[in-house]
Design a protein around this ligand. Structure first.
Ligand code: SF4
Length: 390
């Protein structure tokens, strides 16, 4: 296994200019006032921004003479589309974005019959060094600003509203922080993003708490902080191993916070929110898919407000890691269910465009082999043996 160092402190270079989405409503109103305009212009700008309006000329309720100045000061373009790739008959779309300093990140929009989910990135790269993960192997470039994270969700909402995915116009209903990066390692900006996602118009997207999922590899102090701050979004914990011996190598953050501490923190979150948390577990052939590990996981989670989401490792050319074969998956599921633990196996949406979890490596070269797999994904789940897609 590749042993990269854990990186908690992101390089400070490259943060983008201030954007309206980085500000609270009060801060935005103050900023507009400083520019010599009445405070309510901030609400007008926010309404346009969260509706995906990017051309100042379309902001017709703002005086023409003020549009340019306000947009330049508060709505700088932060995300530039490098390319879109679609899969699943046009119902999945991966977008590669270039940031103002040239850093690249990806987001994936997935449409289902009953919902539309966007998987967003919170960091350029990731410092958590999981050896099976394409993003982790590339290291951490920098944290994204709140506006850079929010912008991915706003773009997805606009894409749905404009009918850019197969199936006509629709509404973005879910956001999962399962793209590039460890969200809780960029806590303050992710926290701001949650505010923007949950705040009703005009200063947010107005999503419900349960339809937003924050995924973490197990930064225990940050899970506890999230618990105290009471945003009550859904929590997903990427466990990938039930025992410290294996998890120390598979998920290096385990050398800092052990399996028991992570599960304790998730339990406290579930107790506070009353909401079941998700345990993400990438099933990797002959690494963590043995029957005894299923039993260990079952014992660890029996009786808890938890749900296991198994993710057969996404295949990646050139990687030594491989998905568990179907019989091993079935055995694993059966043992967990026998222990009374709710378990599903994840759908593999977007696999042919490297859009499945952990395949987000943000390269400009189409078809460049990414290393391997999963960050979590709570969303699309299907019972084992069912069709992998809806
Ligand atoms: S699996 Fe998640 S936490 Fe681990 S390196 Fe990849 S993106 Fe980072």
């Amino acid at each position: 296994m590749t042993a990269l160092p854990l990186v908690f402190d992101a390089p400070r270079r490259g943060m983008p200019p201030r954007h309206l989405a980085d500000l609270t409503r009060e801060e935005a109103r103050a900023a507009v006032t400083e520019l010599g305009h009445p405070p309510f212009r901030a609400d007008q700008l926010a309404r346009h921004y969260y509706r995906g309006v990017t051309d100042p000329a379309d902001m017709t309720d703002v005086p023409a003479a003020a549009r340019g100045t306000l947009a330049e000061a508060l709505l700088p373009g932060l995300l530039t589309v490098v390319r879109h790739q679609t899969a699943d008959n046009g119902r999945t779309r991966k977008t590669l974005w270039r940031l103002h300093d040239g850093a690249l990140v990806e987001s994936v929009l997935m449409r289902y019959p009953d919902r539309a989910t966007v998987c967003i990135s919170s960091q350029a790269g990731c410092g958590m060094a999981c050896p099976f993960c394409a993003t982790g192997q590339a290291g951490l470039t920098r944290n994204l600003s709140a506006a850079e994270i929010i912008g991915q969700a706003v773009a997805a909402a606009a894409a749905m509203a404009n009918g850019e995915l197969d199936g006509g116009p629709g509404r973005l209903s879910n956001v999962v922080f399962m793209g590039m990066g460890e969200p809780l390692a960029n806590y303050a900006r992710v926290r701001k993003t949650l505010d923007a996602l949950l705040t009703p118009a005009p200063h947010g997207l107005g999503l419900s708490q349960r339809s937003v999922t924050v995924s973490t590899v197990g930064l225990v102090p940050a899970i506890r902080r999230l618990t105290e701050e009471g945003r009550n979004v859904t929590l997903a914990v990427s466990l990938h191993a039930p025992d410290d011996e294996l998890r120390d190598t598979l998920v290096p953050i385990n050398t800092r916070w052990k399996v028991g501490e992570v599960v304790d923190a998730a339990d406290a979150y579930a107790k506070k929110t009353g909401r079941r948390y998700s345990v993400e577990y990438a099933l990797i052939r002959d690494i963590n898919d043995q029957p005894f590990r299923a039993d260990l996981l079952g014992k660890l989670l029996a009786g808890k407000l938890a749900h296991v989401n198994l993710i057969p490792l996404n295949p990646t050319p050139g990687s030594i890691w491989d998905a568990s074969p179907l019989p091993a998956q079935r055995e694993f599921v059966a043992r967990l269910r026998a222990a009374g633990v709710a378990t599903t196996v994840r759908d593999t949406r977007g696999q042919d465009i490297d859009g499945a979890c952990g395949q987000l490596a943000a390269s400009e070269d189409v078809g460049v082999p990414t290393v391997a797999l999963p960050t979590p994904q709570l969303e699309p789940t299907v019972p084992l043996g069912a069709e992998a897609d809806e």
